[in-house]
Each structure stands twice: as structure tokens, then as C-alpha cells.
Design a binder for this molecule. Sequence first.
Ligand SMILES: *Cc1c(COP(=O)(O)O)cnc(C)c1O
Length: 217
Amino acid sequence: MSLSDIQSRLNTAANDAGRDPASIELIAVSKVQPNERVASVLGEGHRIFGENKVQEAQGKWPRFKETYTAVDLHLIGPLQSNKTRAAMELFDVIHSVDRPKLATSLARIAQEIGTCPDLFIQVNTGEEEQKAGCLPLEADGFIQDCRVMDLPVKGLMCIPPADETPSLHFALLAKIAERNGLSGLSMGMSSDFEQAIAFGATHIRVGSAIFGDRVYS
Ligand SMILES: *Cc1c(COP(=O)(O)O)cnc(C)c1O
């Protein structure tokens, strides 16, 4: 697999769903990948990247941003409240807003610095103990609370349970987004992004299918 293969599969899936491929952002998830692979995808002209850890991203993206202009960086992993400011300084979009304490912290710092990344609220659609995200039943209330705080909520994000049919989760996320008037849907990864597109994904997060397997040391 490579960037151009994934882009053409995105185009096909969008066309099959009667959607404009340009309405779907391909986030290249570069976590854990060696810098050479990331540089190579940057060299192909891609500019939208995702990382799941603030500290890891701080270690590599400031330098890439000096070399390559107009990088759009997305935080897709859980955010600890004590890293809120660092995340807001580095990332253009945060996909993992999932609890009142974090929302409060984002709102306070946004007031102070006068800007805020675009935000997605993560919903734990599978209600898994170990997974981040607000529960589906709490989502409407939490979205409302974030709006009251003036946070720029653009959409919802989910990571379906590994052992379940992802489409049920994509459909649930789309339903919650629709009834709350949110247009952004961050869903779909290497193994299921075409299904996610069929269910309305506006942001797909694809790592290994672009970069190859992640090698954890
Ligand atoms: C790692 C990760 C991805 C990408 O996973 P792949 O299976 O490599 O495409 C997508 N979303 C989140 C939240 C991740 O942490």
C-alpha cells in the first residue's frame, strides 16, 4: 500500500457512495513511524497528518513544520488535561475531547490565547471500559456543554471495538452527529475506511495502510 493507493481507494469509495471525494480528509497517521517514512509522504505533497501522543508529536513535528509548509496536524489520541496547552500550541485539530474537565481546560486556555484548534468529541460507541470517549447516552449533553463554553466543535470521533462490525458504530456516530447538527465525522482506519466513507466519514485516519506496519521497540 501507499499514499496514492489509499487516495484512489478513497476516491472510489466516495464515488460509490455518491459523495465528493474532496469532502473527505485523509489523515495520514504517522505515530511510531520512522522519520524517513514520514518525510517521504510529506515529499509526495501530503500535508494532513495524525499523531496520538502529544510528547511524541512534539519530538518530530516542529522540525518537519520548518521544512514543509502548511502542515495540518491532528491529535487523535487521548489528551491529559495537563497537556492541554501543549496540544493547543502544536495541533490544528483535536479529535479526542471526551470529558468536562478537558473541555473546561480547553475553554480557559482558548480565552487566554485567543484561539482554539477545531475540535471533535470522541464517543465511546462500544462502551468499552478501556477506551476513551464519552458514552453515547451522555453525548448530547456533553456537546451542548461544549457549545455553551464556546468551543469550536466540528464533529464526532469514534474507534469501534476491534471485534465488532464497525458499520454499526459508524451508523451510531452519524446518528448522534446528525441530531446535534454536527457535520464532521472522524471515523475509519486502515481496515475499514471504505465502510466509514459509506456511512458519511469526513475525516478518515489511516496509518499502517499508508506507511506500513508500525514497529514498536
Ligand atoms: C493508530 C490510530 C489510527 C490508525 O490506525 P491504522 O490501523 O494503522 O490505520 C487511527 N485512529 C487512531 C485513534 C489511532 O490511534
